[in-house]
Design a protein around this ligand. Structure first.
Ligand SMILES: Cc1cc2nc3c(=O)[nH]c(=O)nc-3n(C[C@H](O)[C@H](O)[C@H](O)COP(=O)(O)OP(=O)(O)OC[C@H]3O[C@@H](n4cnc5c(N)ncnc54)[C@H](O)[C@@H]3O)c2cc1C
Length: 457
């Protein structure tokens, strides 16, 4: 750091770990879930607690450094160059407290869903987690949080009841509907733009069992199965959240033998209800004759791995788009573009069913009060070298192009490229978010992956 920031003073101030380039553990500390990325911040700090976070922010302010909060790096690509930034890894702040009587969880910024879902499930409670247990509760929730119960219970950000946040002035605050309501509103869906969240409290729901699983069909049947799934989504109640998906499993040894190196078209679903009703709902799709059917009654913890997201870091490229709707003709174009015979190397292309509670605006909800659109598209391909990064990007563009006619906006959590942040929100919401940013971080000390600039003047 030369004659600049006094790193020794920072080390003396915080209880956590401070790393400079070349220190033991540096490469591990700056690594992310996406192995394509090579983050090179000025410093990495792994705070021990909320007071450490506030101290790091005050230190950064003194030396004109920026602070980049991060947990897993599941959405790190839009950050770009980290020169002049302190990467603040929340990994050590993994406290999880569950109050079963109040149906609330209070978790630290470093807690992943894997730390919350199993103990809550033991108590007959479910949280609004997403498709992978390996993302942080905080990062996922600040961006919205689209999970397996979404059509019945909405976005995770709208089940948040309070947040502890260290703002750019280095002050720790507790915000909730009554205390600093504007900041509380912005944090729920506006991403990591308003401070470093140190803890988050949210509602849990009484759920002892769900009826959930995956139907696997030969991928040659992609158009037929996805068309049937699309028609079926028009008939199901809000308690059913499902995904239509094409997967080409790589030939990796960690993938179970029946799937390894093979391709399928799948329907994944979670039904918040009893087995008899769930089985009746699944009947039209079962009648198509899946080669593998894993639907069963399981406790909430039993769906954590249902989506088969890789737990270990991977080199990959992903892209996404909200879809206003999907028609049978769209399915045909989509399958022609990236399905069997197309030559697509994408390991997973999925269309998630939205609607239901996601489409309703409730009083007191956050900045992402609803998810527009009927469906959302997400695709991902493995990209171990620069040539495959380019090739996968091209295939992702082809995927999106096939559904361009239904383009309905972008969802922050699924947006893994740098975009104009105005595209992530309705215009009035974006202006309100900019005003909140101006009130808590006018000079832009905290840097989010999708940065919302402070309003001027
Ligand atoms: C395999 C995979 C599956 C996914 N499934 C889903 C899904 O089902 N539903 C869904 O909604 N999303 C999903 N996502 C997206 C995921 O929710 C986002 O990538 C989310 O940002 C991850 O949070 P993180 O903290 O783990 O990631 P990070 O990359 O560490 O953080 C992402 C951003 O969150 C903010 N942030 C994180 N921690 C803090 C903090 N303490 N204070 C302030 N800001 C903070 C920062 O702006 C940071 O840049 C998935 C992503 C992947 C790669």
């Amino acid at each position: 750091m030369g004659a600049g920031p006094d790193v020794a003073a920072l080390r003396a101030t915080v209880r956590g770990v401070v790393l400079e380039p070349g220190d033991a553990g540096w490469d591990e500390a700056r690594g992310t879930y996406n192995l394509v990325l090579d983050q090179r911040p000025a410093l990495v700090v792994v705070p021990a607690d909320a007071e450490d976070v506030a101290a790091v922010i005050r230190y950064a302010g003194r030396y004109a450094l920026r602070v980049v909060p991060q947990r897993t790096g599941h959405n790190a690509e839009p950050l770009g160059d980290l020169a002049g930034a302190i990467l603040l890894r929340t990994d050590a702040m993994r406290d999880v407290r569950i109050d079963a009587a109040r149906r609330r969880a209070l978790v630290g910024a470093g807690a992943k869903w894997a730390d919350v879902v199993p103990p809550a499930s033991e108590l007959g409670l479910a949280a609004l987690h997403g498709s992978t247990p390996d993302v942080s509760v905080v990062g996922y929730t600040l961006g919205g949080g689209l999970g397996w119960y979404a059509r019945a219970l909405g976005l995770a950000c709208n089940s948040v009841t309070g947040i502890q946040v260290a703002t750019a002035d280095g002050v720790l605050r507790w915000v909730d509907p009554d205390v600093e309501p504007k900041l509380f509103w912005a944090l729920r869906g506006g991403g990591g733009n308003f401070g470093v969240v140190t803890a988050i409290e949210f509602r849990l729901y009484p759920v002892t069992d769900v009826y959930a699983g995956v139907l696997f069909f030969p991928w040659e049947r992609s158009a037929e199965v996805l068309r049937a799934w699309e028609a079926w989504t028009r008939t199901v109640p809000d308690e059913m959240t499902s995904v239509g998906r094409i997967m080409q499993f790589p030939p990796f040894p960690e993938i179970p033998e029946p799937l390894r190196g093979k391709a399928f078209v799948l329907v994944e679903g979670v039904f918040l209800g009893d087995e008899k009703t769930g089985a009746r709902l699944m009947e039209p799709l079962r009648r198509l004759g899946p080669v593998l059917d894993t639907f069963a009654t399981v406790p909430p913890a039993g769906i954590a791995e249902l989506h088969m997201d890789p737990p270990q870091p991977m080199p990959y490229q992903g892209d996404s788009m909200v879809l206003a709707d999907v028609t049978p003709a769209d399915i045909d174009r989509f399958v022609d573009a990236i399905g069997p015979g197309s030559g697509s190397p994408l390991v997973s292309v999925e269309i998630r069913h939205l609607g239901g509670e996601l489409d309703r605006v409730r009083r007191g909800s956050g900045a992402l009060s609803r998810m527009p659109g009927g469906y959302i598209l997400f695709g991902v391909g493995i990209a171990p070298d620069p040539a495959s990064v380019q090739a996968v990007r091209q295939w992702l563009a082809t995927m999106k192009e096939s559904l361009r006619g239904q383009a309905g906006g972008l969802y922050l959590n699924f947006t893994e490229k740098t975009v104009d942040p105005a595209q992530l929100f309705p215009a009035d919401v974006y202006q309100r978010l900019r005003a909140v940013r101006a009130s808590v971080d006018p000079r832009g000390l905290i840097r989010a992956n999708h940065e919302i600039p402070a309003a001027r003047g």
